[in-house]
Write a protein that binds this ligand. Structure first.
Ligand SMILES: *Cc1c(COP(=O)(O)O)cnc(C)c1O
Length: 394
């Protein structure tokens, strides 16, 4: 028998870093001690109060439902915690029909598309940007229009760059601030403009706020739902992954526009069975304790950010200090003529160091590279030493 996979798999973009990965393997075979600052996945463990709550809940003999499908035995306190959190954090009131609990945002982005897009439908995604928006469209046999993010516009979507016919046709538009990979943050005015654009063109504005809590120097990231009337046209994807060191736990929520939330819930009812109750209890703990948990996590990233920014400065490759996210997004040094791939290859070749070339996030990401701050200080120090050598400053 010849097994032929679905055509849609051929429409997936090639894995961004397949080529780089092959080169890394080759270097390692040659005995080079390759180090990487490539991936954004917190190295520090999940905070103790959250872990303890998981252990308590999983061991609680009085909870006869602790082993059951989360969809049949949801922890009611979790929607309470999400509502409280949005009120405390943003001053936004949510009703229960404006909240869908998700197993993290990546899964939710694709499931959400399944609930919104018909074959052939158009979605707008930013470039450079997180690849999963387009992948969600592909799984629905939809199409993607890419809107470029540019440095000159603070890496914000310039709504004037979306052609009239695209705006007429598109069903949804993805935005993500604080932004991966550019580290840009949104102003409340930008969110207002996004909501106006959504209303005017009948487009669902989907705001991915994966880095909402990873902020520095006193900066607090706003929510799109703070714009009055935003829930008419917007949803927000919130995740505990990056802000609470909980990537492997798979917890988040989608909140806002009621019909869109309802569509997502219907998809979820039919393709997943919810989340282990102990994880839901732990998520309640995390959200309720946000104010005591998050500052310690951010102080680590802020310290690492400062190390990286000052070393790049000394290398003669200066970069702006990001206010948010777990990355530094830096222009490739001049001699590489804007080729992030050439720079990344050179760093690997000369220093055994892996950074993420911006080109991997789309053509408009070229000319930049991304360093992730989710590596131990010693690893980052060693990496920065190697950068100094390549830059000829050592
Ligand atoms: C990491 C990341 C996510 C995914 O987070 P999960 O909730 O763990 O699935 C979503 N969006 C962006 C932009 C990310 O960088």
């Amino acid at each position: 028998m010849e097994m032929i996979p679905a055509n849609r798999l051929q429409k997936l973009p090639p894995y961004l870093f397949a080529d780089l990965r092959r080169k890394i393997a080759e270097k390692r075979r040659l005995g080079v001690k390759v180090i990487t600052l490539g991936i954004g996945d917190p190295d520090y463990p999940t905070p103790d109060p959250v872990l303890r709550e998981l252990v308590r809940a999983i061991a609680d003999p009085n909870d006869g439902d602790r082993h059951r499908y989360g969809c049949d035995a949801p922890v009611a306190d979790l929607s309470r915690a999400i509502r409280d959190f949005y009120r405390r954090r943003y001053g936004v009131s949510l009703s229960d029909d404006q909240i869908a609990v998700t197993s993290g945002s990546k899964d939710a982005i694709v499931q959400f598309c399944l609930g919104i897009l018909n074959p052939g439908d158009l979605g707008i995604a930013p470039q450079p940007g997180y690849p999963t928006y387009n992948i969600g469209h592909v799984f629905c046999s939809g199409q993607t229009h890419y809107v470029p993010l540019r440095r000159g516009n603070g890496w914000l979507v310039d709504f004037k760059e979306i052609p009239e016919d695209v705006a007429r046709e598109a069903k949804l538009l993805w935005i993500n601030y604080p932004n991966n990979p550019t580290t840009a943050v949104a102003t409340p005015d930008f969110f207002k403009e996004a909501v106006e654009f959504g209303r005017k063109h009948n487009i669902l504005i989907c705001h991915d706020s994966a880095y909402a809590e990873n902020t520095y120097d006193g900066y607090k990231a706003p929510s799109i739902l703070q714009v009055p009337g935003a829930e008419d046209t917007a949803v927000e994807f919130y995740s505990l992954s990056k802000g609470f060191n909980m990537t492997g736990w798979r917890v988040g929520c989608v909140v806002g526009n009621t019909p869109a939330v309802k569509a997502l819930k219907l998809v979820k009812d039919n393709i997943d069975n919810g989340m282990l109750r102990a994880i839901q209890f732990a998520a309640v703990k995390a959200l309720d304790s946000m104010e005591s948990i998050v500052p310690a996590i951010n102080s680590v990233y802020q310290r690492r950010r400062d190390m990286v920014v000052s070393a790049l400065e000394q290398a003669g490759w200066p970069v702006e200090k990001p206010k948010a996210t777990i990355y530094v997004w830096a222009p490739t040094p001049e001699q590489y003529n804007g080729s992030s791939a050439a720079f990344a290859e050179d760093l690997l070749e000369k220093a055994g160091l892996v950074v993420t070339p911006g080109r991997g996030y789309g053509v408009t990401g070229d000319g930049y590279y991304r360093i992730s701050l989710t590596y131990p200080d010693e690893v980052i120090k060693e990496a920065l030493d190697r950068i100094m050598t390549v830059a000829g400053k050592k």
